[in-house]
Design a binder for this molecule. Sequence first.
Ligand SMILES: *[C@@H]1O[C@H](CO)[C@@H](O)[C@H](O)[C@H]1NC(C)=O
Ligand SMILES: [Cu+2]
Length: 244
Amino acid sequence: MLISIALTALALASSQVAAHGGVLSYKFGSTTYQGFQAYNSPAGQKSIQREWDTYNPITDPTVPEIVCNTNGASLGAGQLSATVAAGTKVVATWNQWPHTIGPVMVYMAKCPGSCTSANPASLSWFKIDQAGLISGTLSTGLWGQGQLVNNANTWTSTIPASLAPGEYIIRHELLAVHTSNIPQFYPECAQLIITGSGTAQPSGSYLVKFPGAYQFSDPGVTINVYANPDQTNYTIPGPAVWHG
Ligand SMILES: *[C@@H]1O[C@H](CO)[C@@H](O)[C@H](O)[C@H]1NC(C)=O
Ligand SMILES: [Cu+2]
């Protein structure tokens, strides 16, 4: 009885794990950092990634979890930050990603002091990279997530070379839109210490809060990609990309 309950729970957990996911590791130059191990206690874990506890999607862009997933907490003594020069390429690697319809977006936010003590919801986020519908139609075209899958579940972005040094959080986000009118957000956050001699900082309309950046009414958030199968335009939600 107990064994069969345990096996059922395990089968359920692994089927959910197979259906969704998140960023498992980050590579900067030749250095790879393992992410937080979701489904495990944060006790004893050391990672540059903030805690996230489930591979499941967030389907409401206005909930607190939208910023750094459930629960996005600092790992305290186990919280690391990767020291990276501005201009470095960031390669994020997901689990075997099952979705190919929807955009990829990457954000950063500067912490007022130490990121380890920062509340991500209080930060001002700017977008450094995105890919929506790259070619073809909404229902059969190549999307950012299709390209991510084609690239062995990885996505490569460049930290703007002119970005001022300091402590930052980087936020990778997949928005899967294969389920009609039910957006699936998959954000994960990690901490960086940016070095360099840059002085650039985004301002004004480049900066957004999470929650706050997205609404259900955004054309790229609540969308049925099968309703207009020949349509070739898609509006990626959130601010314009800041290139430095
Ligand atoms: C595509 O363009 C049409 C016409 O301008 C617009 O109404 C629609 O919201 C756009 N779709 C998306 C997903 O951005
Ligand atoms: Cu999924």
